[in-house]
Design a binder for this molecule. Structure first.
Ligand code: GLN
Length: 230
């Protein structure tokens, strides 16, 4: 089978933003870890290349693909805007935005979000959704945990972020916040995929083949059980 030029040096340079547990976070040893990191390393093993992970800001991932990095894995949602600059693998996970509320909040419907102070992670789909909400004041954070801290401190009315990180933050800030399914606010499901340079169909094909092998041999499900509380 053909090999992408991106892999010719035997290394797959992958960008992530390790502020998005359980998909990516910095572990106790100071290394990027999490479901996405384990998945991309397993893909690298299938492809016979070394995986190097670059921890960067989420908002600069897409524009770095094809220059600074060969690909990104970052709980990244497939969107038409991103598809204009990168190609995506097959989707490996389905999520939805959640709304994190302080304990005792009266916010319960899409209408209730109007005019509120909303925290988001910069450049994410949660950010794009929040900016569409009428009269909302949106605060953008590089680190999601900083948004949740501001929520707990009373500086925000809610935080909009993906389901699984929302659930992790709900446990981390137990008794102080509640994570509510975005379906209640009419948010649509989102598909996560690995982003690669636009037009590198060979790389996309290689990654999709490796991903399918990991699904077929049970590795994928084992990683889901290891990292993701569903
Ligand atoms: N899924 C969201 C997006 O793609 C958030 C990803 C993230 O913060 N790592 O925008």
């Amino acid at each position: 089978a053909a090999v992408s030029e991106a892999l010719a040096d035997g290394v797959l340079n992958v960008g992530t933003n390790a502020e998005f547990p359980p998909f990516e976070y910095v572990n106790d040893a100071g290394e990027p870890d999490g479901f996405d990191i384990a998945l991309i390393k397993a893909i690298g093993e299938k492809l016979g290349v070394e995986v190097q992970v670059d921890n960067m800001e989420f908002a600069s991932l897409v524009s770095s693909i094809g220059s600074k990095i060969d690909a990104s894995i970052a709980g990244m949602t497939v969107t038409d805007e991103r598809k204009a600059s990168v190609d995506f693998s097959n989707s490996y996970y389905t999520a939805v935005q959640y709304v994190i509320l302080p304990e005792g909040s009266a916010i319960a419907t899409a209408d209730d979000l109007k005019g509120k102070a909303i925290g988001v992670q910069l450049g994410t789909t949660g950010d794009f959704i929040a900016e569409e909400i009428e009269d909302a004041t949106v605060s953008q954070y590089n680190k999601a945990v900083d948004a949740v801290n501001d929520l707990v401190n009373g500086r925000l009315d809610c935080v909009i972020i993906d389901k699984n990180p929302a659930m992790v933050f709900e446990s981390k800030f137990e008794g102080k916040v509640t994570a509510v399914d975005g379906a209640q606010f009419n948010f649509e499901p989102e598909d996560y995929a690995i982003a690669m340079p636009k037009g590198d169909t060979v790389l996309v094909e290689q990654v999709n083949t490796a991903l399918q092998e990991l699904i077929d041999d049970g590795t994928f499900d084992a990683l889901v059980s290891q990292y993701i509380e569903e």
